[in-house]
Write a protein that binds this ligand. Sequence first.
Ligand SMILES: [Zn+2]
Ligand SMILES: [Zn+2]
Length: 328
Amino acid sequence: MVRFTVLASGSKGNSTVVSSGSTRILVDAGLSCRELFRRMKLAGEDPETLDAIVITHEHSDHVSGVAVTARKLGIPVYFTEGTHRAWMRWLTPRRQMSYAQWLEQCRRQAAERQAEAEAAGEEGELDETDLVAEGEAATAEIVAIAADPVPEASTVAKDPAWLPAVEYFQSGVPFSIGDIAISPFTTSHDAADPVGFVFQADGVRLAIATDLGYISPNVKAQLQAVDLLLLESNHDLEMLRDGPYPWSVKQRVLSRVGHLSNDAAATFLEQDYDGQAAYVILAHLSESNNLPELARVTAERALSGRASLLANRLLLACQHEPLSPIYF
Ligand SMILES: [Zn+2]
Ligand SMILES: [Zn+2]
């Protein structure tokens, strides 16, 4: 049996559980670990049985709980390399320093290097065996850390980006976790390497496509022949225009790397969607620039324009509570 449970959706946090008979994947972890676990239990999902976390992109509403959750469960996190790097930079930002401080740091480092060189000179040159031994020691240490499911508090304090295991995937290259096949596809969004996913298990195909400035031809192609479509319907254009966001943020949301409007989602449903999904779930609704009823009516109008699509059940994902699990 395949199950799809949206735990949260919107700019304050996104997370969904995709389950097959033997594998359970958390897609994004944009709530605290405690809140994710609470919602999973509310929806009848057991957090302890999660096998992995997969991440769409590094924005905080998709990753804020990932490190704590992965450490607590001792499970791997799947990222693209670009997203993982961006996430690490976000967690460990470089300290800003003045030019004078930078010069001082350079002087100190030069002095340290010189002192090291002098010390090495006294001990005699390091020979190749020493270098190999040093390299091996360093590798052994990394392996030891990676193999330890419960890190020392000091490990985490030293490295807030520490995870039990990191796996890289590439957009456009399918991979599997347990018996769930995953096809990641590139989305147009202002993140390092953002993706959406199509999950396939037991012949059921489930698509997640949020955080999209627009639906590119590639995304359109990915969203065909799916049994469930979670699609962004972020804002109403008029509400965004007249709403509280500063002009620069409005421009960002509206841009080709921002978020999908109700109208853009409806245009896709009307013109490009093949109508095969049993469920269409509108997601990532803005609380400032949208109303659930507006999003629903806009999508319903688009679907009802095509009589053959009336069988599609339309649901709305919420920010503050999980949706009931959907079973296939
Ligand atoms: Zn988001
Ligand atoms: Zn985003």
